[in-house]
Design a protein. Structure first.
Length: 472
């Protein structure tokens, strides 16, 4: 654990640490995103109740969490589940302050922004957007309240350790974002981003749209106009930054809350039947959407399911290379991880005892590094080192080894001078699975090099990588 990492702030690592403390089982890996998904719905429900919503509104507010993109988010151990929770908590605290004028909600806002910034930096987009919404509406009076600034100070102090860490490492997040912009984000068009906003929660699309329209235009919702403006601002910011569609997921729970409240009021008395229409529509769309969001079958069957239903037309099978593939990228990412760990362990354990102690295992792929370390504990693998992003922070300054096992890296260039110092370089395994994103990944054994020569080479290689990622 640390106060920062290149890719993300440190809060997720707290739950990773707890997962390891509790045994590192799959239950605990899935527990945290599920827990925060439940907490996000509870806050959404609290907003509905604060508006005067009843049981049907709560049902409408819940259905997006089990029929839309939140299913994927709350299935995977990634910082997104924390981000969405804190976006929702930020909105809730502002709404409750408007409703009660109780200063405690300003402090909840400050803490939510501070902890949110420790979970994912994109929380700043929503914080700025919702403050902008407050500023251009009648709720701008919040900026005259001294407690707002006390709360802002608390939020800043919560975030400060990570800011200091970023400064100490020359703001690697900036380099990371430049790389992301260059390799992925620049290819995302505004049309793709806006289309994703409609498709991510397509089964419940009419709920959040109703919430947005009501907060934007209804006279009775004038006090909540800042919510509509916050949505407009955050979408605009993400469009300017070429953000991925799911970056905006945190903006929707509050809109679902307002939409559910208004639709419950609409579907009363003589048009009560609309409640059945709403539920039927959601369930019919969810029948097709849920298999795209959760791996409900094993990979081969799941790929066939998508192919038979021509689901590539939805865009859900498009990867970062902007091409359609048999499986969603998140699912394809994970295929082969355990196999690669087992095969790497087999190569490592096949070495004589005296050679194993002089062998380093490394990879340029942080996904494989994580998988090898996770599965490798029970397979006899040593600590696996990575040449990618935050893994560079955990590499020793010097090595006393003469063998290297590389995982997921390409065959070396025959012209490289280092090759002549090894007695042999051989591919021990190659993953062959057309459904896996790591299809073709190799396990290569670099055997018997002079320890001093290899140490100098590794030190130079690591220094070069650190300069790329951290600027030092």
């Amino acid at each position: 654990m640390a106060w920062g990492f290149m890719e993300v702030p440190p809060l997720l690592s707290v739950f990773a640490w707890l997962t390891n403390l509790f045994g590192g089982s799959m239950f605990w890996i899935k527990f945290w995103p599920s827990l925060f998904g439940a907490l996000t719905f509870i806050i959404t429900g609290k907003i509905i109740i604060s508006l005067g919503g009843k049981s049907f509104a709560l049902l409408l507010g819940f259905l997006p969490f089990i029929t839309g993109a939140y299913l994927r988010v709350h299935y995977l151990f990634q910082p997104n589940f924390l981000e969405i929770f804190f976006w929702t908590l930020i909105a809730y605290s502002c709404i409750r302050y408007v409703q009660t004028q109780n200063n405690k909600w300003l402090y909840v806002l400050g803490v939510a922004i501070g902890l949110g910034m420790l979970s994912k930096y994109s929380v700043l987009f929503f914080a700025v957007s919702i403050l902008g919404g407050l500023l251009i509406t009648d709720q701008r009076k919040i900026f005259k309240n001294k407690h707002f600034y006390y709360a802002a100070t608390i939020g800043f102090l919560i975030f400060l350790p990570n800011l200091i860490w970023q400064f100490a490492y020359h703001f690697p997040v900036a380099l990371h974002m430049k790389k992301l912009q260059r390799t992925q984000l620049q290819y995302i068009s505004p049309v793709d981003f806006l289309t994703a906003q409609l498709l991510m929660n397509v089964a419940c699309i009419f709920i959040w749209i109703r919430g947005l329209i009501w907060t934007a235009f209804a006279a009775k919702a004038k006090s909540y106009r800042f919510i509509a403006w916050a949505y407009v601002f955050v979408i605009a910011l993400l469009l300017l930054g070429h953000g991925k569609g799911y970056y905006a997921l945190g903006a929707y729970p509050v809109l679902f809350a307002f939409g559910a409240y208004r639709l419950e009021q609409l579907a009363t008395n003589r048009i009560y039947f609309l409640r059945y229409v709403f539920i039927a529509f959601i369930l019919c769309i969810a029948y097709y959407a849920v298999p795209l969001l959760l791996p409900i079958f094993e990979p081969t069957k799941l790929a066939a399911f998508y192919r038979e239903r021509h689901l590539e037309k939805t865009g859900a099978l498009k990867w970062e290379d902007l091409k359609n593939h048999p499986l969603p990228q998140d699912f394809a990412d994970m295929i082969g991880w355990k196999t690669m760990a087992e095969k790497t362990a087999a190569v490592y354990n096949s070495l004589p005892d005296e050679e194993r102690s002089k062998t380093i295992v490394k990879s340029d792929n942080y996904g494989l590094c994580g998988a090898l370390n996770f599965y490798g504990r029970k397979l006899g693998l040593p600590q696996v080192y990575g040449y990618d992003a935050s893994f560079l922070l955990w590499i020793p300054d010097t090595f006393n080894v003469r063998n290297v096992i590389t995982v997921g890296e390409e065959m070396p260039d025959p012209k490289r001078n280092l090759l002549k110092y090894f007695s042999s370089i051989s591919v021990k395994y190659e993953l062959k699975d057309s459904l896996a994103r790591e299809d073709g990944s190799k396990i290569i054994l670099w055997y018997h090099c002079d320890a001093d020569t290899l140490s100098r080479f590794l030190k130079a290689e690591i220094a070069e990588k650190k300069k790329i990622f951290y600027g030092n």
